[in-house]
Ligand binder design. Structure first.
Ligand SMILES: [Zn+2]
Length: 692
């Protein structure tokens, strides 16, 4: 998180989500502007508030319901229930273990004392980096999304206490930040502070947290604090007018949150300010290295490649796509697609992670994708998924969903331990325990990743479906039920029954309230080469991998779709320009990318110095039966390979055909997301291959 060449900048984090039906029925009547926690208030239509989206309780992860350039409209988190299967355990762990234990960590590390001190309720000094407030806001957002799937009173009560303590620290001017106070007050919103101080970054997370909590509970207390900051402090003081000060995001985040605030309130000034920030303020002169690193400060539409700090770049792309969804500005769409091509052609790890370099937590050059040194910050993978969600919303194209799925199942899912209490900041694709690098930790002083992972898993149901005027899109596969409606208002239930991602068959029960003609768009994953789709037992033609298959008909209760995807294990090789992967292969089955851990291999660990001594044949992978007791339930891959014993020879020698004996062995591979959940062990995703 640091870049000494700029200053002690760096930060990261991420997104949000949706609401509980019961909470939605208890909408507060309170004024949006100065809310109390009024969850007991009499239900009253929010449309009585000027400009407030009357359908706000039906908002999805991002509320694209009224976005004119969103081809797909979001489905609320609360409309989708993920039933026992692959993601349910993760989400249960998230709510029962991760979110509560992270609250304790946040409090133990002074994150709430920072607020309480300003209220005279704590004598503790300020603790943590400049962006410490955002840790609390992102955690509240995780709770907000969790509450959209159920009431969780044990989480709600302490969260409301924290929200009250946060809001009590807000100054009458609307300013709210626990770092730029007292002796640092004179630094507020200086150009230098804006580039490195994360004031607007923190407020962006406050807004996202406040919106998620509001959509879950109807309680606008935190959201109102964000509105007061923007209305009373930010908008009057900063912007393009001669009597306003200049503005730069520093760490992009405020852009997408201002646009979500616009979606929540209808106040176009928020959208306009986001657009101005995306354009860059020429009154703040920036060095070239700052423009690269911060991914802001000059017109977004002047960008030609992904570069600089990866989380900053991903969040900037999120904000720019949100801006496109509201304005339809073709220059933005052109730039976004150019950047996406750079992502998918040059910058994306096979795990869906992004940001190759530790130095500056940055994108590398094209094809610069080291494995052991990979940075692949959890927040960057999350930012990647958030951005692709927005690109999908704009286009309806499945190539964006493919990237989301790759990131979600692999480079994001790896970021949290199976017990939910340890987190990765880095997500390398190879690991040597003798490096002493501790990959999974309960706490980081820059603790952006843990609450980011928590909000992502809490929001997951909101990513499963979208609607369009033609019908409904199915993006993700897992046991689940959707109770929602078509855009014409017709009620619809979709029920998935599957062992995905371990098996490739998905049963989809389509249950409209009454017979209805519409199109069911089912996603055919790009990795699935051979597929069958049956509607009521009859096979459908025209299936294309990496596209949505439109199934248009008059649907009636009892209709059933059966999808069967290609679960043959696949050996992948990378473009030869990726020097670290040259001569190596990686393994994928379904959406799951695999890795080798030393401790699973037949050759005793003491005999080896790690993975360079293993080689894999090019073909012959077998998937073993699902093992419920291993790593909370996985399918292991077995692959023919060999192990080369240590060589007693000079560092350099004549190049002759090797006479070294290779011992045949069977390589055992586990899902990458589950690595480092047992004792420390060497790990690699890309394995050297040799012709059999
Ligand atoms: Zn992070």
């Amino acid at each position: 998180m640091t870049d000494s060449s700029i200053s002690s900048i760096t930060r990261r984090q991420f997104i949000s989500i949706a609401a509980a039906a019961t909470a939605a029925a208890a909408l507060p009547a309170g004024d949006f502007a100065l809310g109390q926690s009024s969850t007991d208030a009499v239900p009253q239509a929010a449309s009585s508030h000027a400009g407030l989206d009357p359908d706000w309780t039906d908002a999805g992860i991002i509320a694209t319901r009224n976005s004119p350039y969103a081809k797909l409209k979001s489905v609320p988190v609360r409309a989708v229930t993920i039933t026992p299967g692959f993601w349910s355990k993760r989400r249960q762990t998230n709510v029962e273990s991760s979110i509560p234990s992270m609250r304790v960590e946040l409090i133990d590390h002074g994150r709430m004392d920072n607020f309480l001190r300003l209220e005279g309720k704590s004598a503790a000094p300020q603790r943590g980096p400049v962006y410490s407030d955002s840790d609390i806001y992102k955690w509240v957002e995780a709770v907000g999304f969790a509450l959209q799937s159920g009431p969780l009173p044990e989480l709600r009560a302490p969260t409301e206490e924290m929200i009250r303590q946060v809001v009590a620290a807000q100054e009458p001017s609307g300013y709210l930040n626990t770092y730029y106070v007292e002796s640092r007050q004179s630094d507020r919103m200086l150009a230098k502070t804006q580039t490195t101080g994360h004031e607007l970054y923190c407020i962006g997370h406050l807004l996202q947290g406040g919106i998620a909590y509001y959509r879950a509970t109807g309680d606008p207390t935190l959201l109102d604090a964000g509105v007061r900051f923007v209305d009373n402090f930010l908008l009057p003081g900063y912007g393009p007018a001669a009597n306003q000060g200049p503005i730069v995001a520093g760490h992009p985040e405020i852009e997408m949150s201002l646009i979500e605030l616009y979606r929540t309130t209808g106040n176009k000034r928020y959208l306009d300010l986001a657009g101005y920030i995306l354009q860059g303020d020429p009154r703040i002169p920036l060095l070239e290295r700052q423009i690269v690193y911060m991914f802001c400060g000059v017109p977004f539409t002047s960008r030609t490649k992904l570069e600089g700090h990866a989380v900053r770049a991903m969040y900037a792309c999120c904000g720019a796509t949100d801006y496109y969804l509201e304005t339809g500005d073709p220059a933005y769409w052109k730039t976004l697609n150019r950047l996406w091509d750079d992502l998918s052609e040059h910058q994306l790890y096979v795990t869906g992670g992004v940001g190759a370099r530790s130095d500056g937590e940055a994108f590398g050059n094209a094809y610069e994708l080291p494995n052991e040194r990979a940075y692949g910050e959890s927040c960057a993978a999350i930012g990647n998924m958030m951005w692709n969600w927005r690109m999908l919303s704009a286009s309806g194209e499945a190539k964006f969903t493919d990237v989301m799925e790759r990131a979600l199942y692999n480079g994001i899912n790896s970021g949290m331990s199976l017990d939910g209490k340890l987190y990765c900041y880095r997500n390398p694709l190879a690991y040597d325990p003798s490096s002493g690098d501790k990959i999974r930790n309960p706490w980081y002083d820059t603790t952006c990743c843990p609450p980011n992972l928590e909000r992502t898993f809490a929001s997951l149901p909101g990513y499963f479906y979208s609607t369009s005027p033609e019908g409904v899109y199915v993006h993700f596969y897992d046991n689940s039920e959707m109770h929602w409606q078509l855009e014409n208002g017709a009620k619809l239930t979709l029920t998935q029954t599957t062992q995905y991602p371990w098996e490739g068959t998905v049963h989809l029960a389509v249950t409209p309230a009454s017979p209805e003609e519409f199109t069911l768009f089912v996603r055919i994953p790009g990795w699935s080469k051979r597929n069958t789709v049956k509607v009521n037992g009859r096979e459908v033609a025209g299936i294309m991998p990496g596209q949505y298959l439109p199934l248009k008909r008059k649907w009636s209760a009892g209709d059933a779709v059966e999808l069967t995807f290609d679960m043959e294990p696949q050996a992948l090789h990378a473009n030869l320009a990726v020097t670290d992967d040259r001569g190596r292969i990686a393994f994928q089955r379904g959406p799951i990318v695999y890795c080798m851990e030393q401790l699973d291999q037949a050759v005793a660990a003491t005999d080896t110095e790690g993975f360079p001594r293993y080689t894999a044949q090019l073909a012959g992978t077998k998937a073993t039966p699902y093992q419920p007791a291993l790593l909370e339930g996985v399918v292991v891959l077995e692959h023919p390979g060999a192990w080369l014993p240590p060589e007693q020879s000079a560092l350099y020698q004549a190049a002759l055909p090797s006479r070294q004996a290779a011992h045949e062995t069977t390589l055992r591979l586990i899902p990458y997301y589950a690595w480092s959940n047992r004792q420390p062990s060497a790990m690699q995703v890309w394995i050297p291959y040799r012709q059999a």
